[in-house]
Structure formats: C-alpha cells, structure tokens
Ligand binder design. Structure first.
Ligand SMILES: [Zn+2]
Length: 188
C-alpha cells in the first residue's frame, strides 16, 4: 500500500493554536463529517486539539478521544490497536447517513466489528435494490442494518486504511492492509 491519506502525516498540531504536539503530550482528536472532496473522499475528517483548546460540546463530532504522540525512539508497534468502542460509536453515529462515500466507510467499520465479534450477523434483508446485513450488537438484542456495499477487496483495504488513520487505530502506515479486513475470512 503506497497511498497514504493526504492530510495525515507524522506531525500533529492543534487546530486552534497551531502548536505542534510534543512526544508524550496528551491531546484530543475528533472525527467530523465534512463535504466529500478529493482530500476527504469519505466525507470525514479528523482534527486534533491541545488540551487547552478542545471546544468540547460546542462542535458536532462523530467521536473524540484522548491520545498522545509516542516517544520518537519508541519502536513502531507491530499490531494495530483497535478501540472497539470508538468503532462502535462511529458505526452507530453514521447509521442515518445516506452519503454514498460515508456508507462505504460505515460498511467497512461494520466488517471490522463483525470480525471482532462486537457485531454478529443475523441475516440479510433486501429493500428496493439495496441489500442489507442485519447485525446484532453483542450481548444485546439490538439489531441494526448494515448496507452491503459490495466493495472489492482492494476497496475494503483502502477504506480500512483510512479508518485506521482517521480514527487513530494504527501506529504504522501499512499495517492495516495486512492485518485488518483483508486478513482472514471476510464476512461474506
Ligand atoms: Zn491549542
């Protein structure tokens, strides 16, 4: 995988004051809906804020989390650290979206959650010319629809990389491709 998400690089700075974060400094990242564009192909963007400038409830966001930059000498983690709760939150927040690009994003998050057994496949449903997976949230009776986007493996890998970058789930660049949905059996 060579294409990285364009806005993301190793450096991170506060959206408000422009200050670059130091290793080990705690800051807050948040995921937002934006107009889909070449820069934001899935209509989602991530912003970082220093602890002093986090706007909190004043801005509408899909998810936010506290994070910190690793020490530069710290060896790159080999495994992806996936925060299931963060994925679930975004999955449910995007339930009402009808934006095509965000639907792809939600679909791949759904696949990740199925693999991680946080969602369980209960069946399928057709409505019009769309088909949906019915997924149940583990340990609950809540059943949700997941529109089947019929993405190619390559598309799933590309989207999962973006999810990793936007949601801060990976520490390396290309690990997602190897470890996440492309990895074993797909929920098909
Ligand atoms: Zn700041």
């Amino acid at each position: 995988m060579t294409q990285d998400y364009p806005i993301e690089s190793g450096r991170r700075m506060c959206k408000h004051c422009g200050r670059e974060f130091q290793p080990q400094e705690e800051f807050i990242s948040a995921l937002y809906e934006v107009q889909p564009s070449p820069e934001h192909p899935h209509g989602l963007s991530r912003l970082d804020f220093c602890m002093d400038h986090w706007p909190g409830e004043r801005i509408e966001r899909l998810a936010f989390w506290r994070t910190r930059l690793p020490e530069p000498e710290q060896p790159k983690k080999k495994r992806i650290v996936i925060d299931d709760d963060r994925l679930l939150e975004v999955f449910f927040r995007l339930a009402g979206t009808d934006d095509e690009s965000r639907l792809d994003f939600r679909y791949v998050i759904g696949l990740m959650l199925i693999r991680k057994r946080r969602l369980k496949m209960e069946g399928t449903r057709r409505r019009g010319n769309r088909s949906y997976m019915l997924v149940r949230k583990s340990r609950t009776r809540e059943v949700h629809e997941l529109m089947d986007r019929r993405l190619s493996d390559e598309a799933v890998i590309a989207v999962s990389q973006e999810i990793g970058t936007l949601l801060d789930l990976i520490d390396g660049g290309s690990e997602a491709a190897r470890e996440e949905p492309s990895g074993g059996e797909q929920a098909s």
